[in-house]
Design a protein around this ligand. Structure first.
Ligand SMILES: *[C@@H]1O[C@H](CO)[C@@H](O)[C@H](O)[C@H]1NC(C)=O
Ligand SMILES: *[C@@H]1O[C@H](CO)[C@@H](O)[C@H](O)[C@H]1NC(C)=O
Length: 384
């Protein structure tokens, strides 16, 4: 080829370009990186949310929690546990409509997906794009973590979190970075990160985080002493969590909320306590207890934890001064209870009316996928 001069080099470039292009097109990421218009591939840049997130000028910030979509392959993934009369016309598309309706009804400032976003698919990337489509259309910032099912098809947990972090308007992160030097913190799992919510533009708190969110990877399944059990939050994650919380706490301790998929053992004890919502199935958690509750209590800033995993539980209960709330199941391709509506949880933080210098109140409620998108179980979780 050397002998051919320019022609040879051109030929060589063509071959390299062809190799690059065909490699890209077999990667699951290819349709994300390249959008084809009239057969010409043009690079697509991620559409990013404006960071940091901020309270609205009216002093509110609203989060929509979406638990357990179990999104499969769209129309061909049939619904589970719906009434016999509903079965014929029910698929993943119903999950999509429900999510779209909830976004329009609540107009949240952030949407948090608490895991088991996809399940029972032949192509993880395609399912993620379909599952998150209503959110991306809405241009509302969103964050996701993984459950125990997400990695069951064509992508592992690290790949899933990196694709999720690259999707439009996603503010999800694979794992935390240290400040200086900027490098990945050694931590178990994929999808451990912190989101700060600052005061609105023009307020005194424009540079201050007034509400902190901690998202954690509670893993999938593990074998302990020869027995299968669910994953759990590891010591390395708790260490990162308490260090992050310490760094965030200045003269004033901003309240924080935590999100993870698999509940902790102590949630079982709420069976005997007063709760808001329904406790309809056993708490499915790990046999290992690393002291998540003690860590959260010691940190002092976390006021409430939001979990998924057990679709028939949608309650909030107080354990040692911290609320533990289930999202209740969203997905129609997921198990549920026929006649018991799929549901979402909404969390709303409000600043004090006059000064807007701190969070005054955190409230939560749920909305059902019935004819009226009925709002239920509204309660105050925390008041300053
Ligand atoms: C699913 O969506 C179809 C089409 O919109 C609708 O007719 C049906 O009632 C929905 N099923 C359920 C269980 O919501
Ligand atoms: C916020 O930070 C910007 C940039 O550092 C600074 O110019 C501004 O004065 C700060 N505002 C407040 C209210 O602290």
């Amino acid at each position: 080829m050397e002998k051919d001069g320019d022609g040879g080099i051109r030929q060589c470039c063509k071959v390299i370009a062809l190799i690059i292009f065909s490699t890209l097109s077999i990667l699951p990421l290819h349709f994300f990186l390249l959008t084809t218009y009239n057969h010409v591939a043009t690079p697509k840049v991620k559409r990013s949310a404006l960071l940091p997130l901020r309270f609205r000028h009216d002093g509110t910030f609203k989060i929509l929690q979406v638990a357990d979509m179990h999104y499969g392959m769209g129309k061909i993934s049939r619904c589970r546990d719906v009434l016999p009369s509903e079965f014929d016309r029910c698929s993943d598309i119903n999950t999509t409509s429900f999510l779209r309706n909830m976004i329009h009804t609540e107009m949240p400032d952030l949407i948090v997906f608490t895991g088991d976003n996809i399940k029972g698919t032949a192509d993880a990337a395609e399912s993620l794009f379909s599952a998150f489509a209503p959110v991306i259309e809405s241009r509302i910032p969103w964050a996701a973590i993984l459950g125990n099912h997400d990695q069951e098809s064509t992508m592992n947990r690290e790949e899933l979190m990196s694709l999720i972090s690259l999707m439009d308007y996603s503010i999800s992160q694979v794992n935390p970075y240290s400040e200086v030097p900027r490098k990945l913190v050694e931590i178990d799992g994929f999808g451990n990160y912190n989101i700060k919510i600052h005061g609105s533009f023009g307020s005194d708190m424009v540079n201050t985080s007034m509400l902190n969110l901690y998202l954690l990877d509670s893993g999938d399944r593990e074998t302990v002493d020869g027995r299968q059990t669910y994953g759990w939050i590891k010591k390395s994650q708790l260490l990162w969590l308490s260090e992050t919380s310490k760094q965030l706490q200045g003269t004033y301790v901003s309240p924080a909320l935590a999100f993870f998929h698999i509940p902790i053992q102590e949630v079982r004890g709420l069976w005997y306590k007063e709760i808001t919502g329904q406790f309809q199935e056993a708490v499915a958690c790990s046999s290992v207890n690393t002291g998540v509750l003690d860590s959260l209590v010691a940190m002092g800033d976390v006021k409430a934890v939001f979990m998924g995993h057990d679709h028939l539980n949608d309650f909030c209960g107080d354990i040692d001064g911290i609320w533990f709330c289930y999202g209740g199941g969203v997905g129609y391709h997921a198990y549920g209870r026929a006649g018991w509506s799929r549901r979402v949880r909404v969390i709303s933080a409000e600043l004090g009316q006059k000064s807007q210098k701190r969070v005054k109140k955190i409230r939560t409620w749920k909305r059902l996928d019935d004819d009226f998108f009925t709002k239920i179980d509204e309660q105050v979780l925390w008041e300053d």
